[in-house]
Design a protein around this ligand. Structure first.
Ligand SMILES: *[C@@H]1O[C@H](CO)[C@@H](O)[C@H](O)[C@H]1NC(C)=O
Length: 401
């Protein structure tokens, strides 16, 4: 398997400098472009999945195509499963930073799953752990362990998220071996920094050929149409395929996609990730991200998530995504409350997540770190998010390393 070897031999992880988890978001931007291309095409049409000018029919890819979930299994699954059920998939490299988040997310999943609608719809949860060694969440969180493309990422590597597509591919291979692994028709692909507030709605948009289309989330900082990215994008999505505006500003999470659809795009996801990872120019260009700016007027745009304090209401969304840090100051300019996931990266945090500071009672005149006024609506969802997280945290046992 030549392709796998080239992936394994990638020099990508060679950088000796240790960066903070904060920088990981950059990598999500690069991943976002790839999935944006894939999702964009799926949203346009239910049938166009193979699109790159790059050869996709190499022996290695053909071999991989045969090595994962096949038509017979898909058809058995389609017949045997209720089409209104969801199986949650969350990828992780098992770092303390991701493990504290995973424990909180899984706890919030269990809580929502115990409601009447949750029992009906939320059928399964799998953490896809791309790591050479099991970690200490194996007993607490249902886990599928995938072999990482780069074993260095067990400790530290520059770009752990590059292992994700191949880890998801390995999980699909496992479904082929044991179809009972998958419990729901719709796969809800998440990162670890989410909190379930309610049961997600199901996709409703139908393509011209009658297929229920997947749902993703628009990230305003992913800008596939940026002029300077065009040469990079065009290597993957050539002009004959359509305008760059076909590409959605989405990431690989959150995405609600059915197992047939994921099966159709998984190899392209693996291949395009490899394409970007092997191109210094593409990495450089896509690793770019705009300065962190808050645009509080952006309405919630998805049935999947909202991102306080960037969004001010839960709306139809089912999950909070706590990717932005929040710092609140009172009218006198004194800092009175803050929360940032980047403060929780130590092993002791993962083994016994500390209770988060609750917001003090609301007072008008509070501001966020960017000067925006904290509205009552925003206060409510921040308070809701922290309260949900604390409810889980208070029930989590101490783990040993
Ligand atoms: C489930 O199947 C029914 C009947 O074919 C269809 O009307 C409905 O839209 C499907 N729901 C989803 C979420 O695919």
């Amino acid at each position: 398997m030549q392709m796998m070897e080239s992936l394994l031999n990638s020099k990508l992880w060679a950088s000796p400098s240790r960066s903070k988890p904060k920088d990981w978001k950059k990598q999500d931007v690069a991943m976002g472009f790839i999935v944006g291309i894939l999702i964009g095409l799926m949203l346009m049409s239910g049938t166009r999945y193979i699109f790159s000018a790059k050869p996709s029919a190499t022996d290695a890819v053909q071999e991989m195509r045969q090595s994962h979930i096949g038509e017979a299994t898909l058809s058995t699954l389609a017949k045997s499963m209720d089409n209104e059920t969801i199986h949650v998939l969350a990828t992780s490299n098992g770092s303390p930073y991701q493990n504290i988040q995973t424990r909180i997310m899984y706890g919030s999943f269990l809580k929502v799953q115990s409601t009447p609608l949750g029992k009906q719809r939320l059928k399964g949860f799998t953490r896809i752990l791309h790591r050479t060694q099991p970690d200490n969440l194996m007993d607490e969180v249902p886990t599928f362990q995938a072999s990482p493309l780069n074993p260095k990422c067990d400790e530290w590597c520059e770009f752990p998220v590059a292992d994700r597509p191949d880890a998801v591919r390995q999980w699909l291979d496992h479904v082929e071996e044991d179809p009972t692994t998958v419990k729901g028709t719709w796969l809800l692909m998440l990162e670890t920094d989410y909190v379930f507030a309610k049961v997600p709605d199901l996709p409703t948009k139908i393509s011209a050929d009658g297929e229920v289309l997947p749902v993703s989330f628009p990230f305003h900082y992913i800008q596939p149409t940026a002029k300077h990215l065009e040469p990079i994008i065009r290597e993957m999505y050539t002009e004959d395929l359509g305008p760059v505006t076909d590409i959605q500003p989405t990431g690989p999470a959150p995405v609600l996609i059915n197992i047939q659809q994921l099966t159709r795009l998984i190899l392209d996801w693996v291949r395009l990730t490899d394409h970007i990872e092997s191109s210094p120019a593409a990495k450089e260009a896509l690793g770019w991200r705009p300065p962190i700016v808050f645009s509080l007027d952006a309405p919630p745009a998805s049935i999947l998530t909202v991102q306080p304090p960037n969004d001010e209401a839960l709306g139809a969304a089912a999950l909070y995504h706590y990717t932005w840090g929040a710092i609140i100051s009172n009218a006198a300019g004194e800092k009175i409350w803050s929360f940032d996931k980047r403060d929780y990266t130590a092993e002791e945090h993962a083994n016994k997540p500390p209770k988060l500071q609750l917001l003090p009672p609301f007072e008008p005149g509070w501001k966020l770190q960017d000067g925006k006024i904290v509205s009552k609506e925003l206060y409510y969802i921040l308070d809701h998010e922290i309260t949900l997280m604390n409810e889980v945290i208070s029930g989590l046992p101490q783990l040993s390393s």
